[in-house]
Design a protein around this ligand. Structure first.
Ligand code: IMP
Ligand code: MG
Length: 174
């Protein structure tokens, strides 16, 4: 479909906000280690920028999930495409996601991770679309709340494109 991308949040705005979140996380986890779990692929750009701004010891792991086709909408079940490499038992886990939309993916994922007995479990998302929420999810750190529009950049894609944009854009259909 013919479309173009308009800037919603500039590179400077996003960088500034990630700096603030990094400082907040460093404060909240002072004296502890934090284990960041990046949800691929969308969370990867945010993870890298954020991790550089956290000054407590950081370890990383990656997970990839995908929807079970149409059924996901009702069941909220997601398929683990790539599981974590390491156990999270006893660790202070912070999940890093690109966007919380309906909340289905994250509510499923957070329950699954909770069962693996981390010492603590929190969620950090770059973007939140609260208007779209269907399933309740507790978000501990949010970069920005965005309107109900399709956003791209900073890891977020439209048909696998635009993940590399250094800003958050909105897809406008012409
Ligand atoms: P949820 O389970 O509906 O919260 O789905 C969240 C996932 O859908 C995110 O991790 C994104 O991969 C994708 N998603 C939701 N909204 C957008 C958007 O505006 N742009 C790009 N991807 C999105
Ligand atoms: Mg995602």
């Amino acid at each position: 479909m013919n479309h173009h991308v308009e800037v919603l949040l500039s590179e400077e705005e996003v960088d500034r906000r990630i700096n603030e979140i990094g400082k907040q996380i460093s404060k909240d986890y002072a004296g502890k280690e934090v284990h960041l779990i990046c949800v691929l692929k969308g969370g990867s750009f945010f993870l890298c920028e954020l991790a550089k701004r956290i000054d407590v010891p950081v370890s990383l792991d990656f997970m990839s999930v995908s929807s079970y086709g149409k059924d996901t909408k009702s069941s909220g079940v997601v398929k683990i495409v790539k599981d974590l490499d390491e156990s999270i038992k006893g660790k202070n886990v912070l999940v890093i996601e690109d966007i919380v939309d309906s909340g289905r993916t994250l509510s499923y994922l957070m329950e699954l991770l909770k069962d693996r007995e981390p010492a603590s479990l929190r969620l950090c998302t770059l973007l939140d679309k609260p208007e779209r929420r269907v399933v309740d999810v507790k978000v501990d750190y949010t970069g920005f709340q965005v309107p109900d529009e399709f956003v791209v950049g900073y890891g977020l894609d439209y048909d696998q494109l635009y993940r590399n944009l250094p800003y958050i854009g909105v897809v406008k259909f012409d």
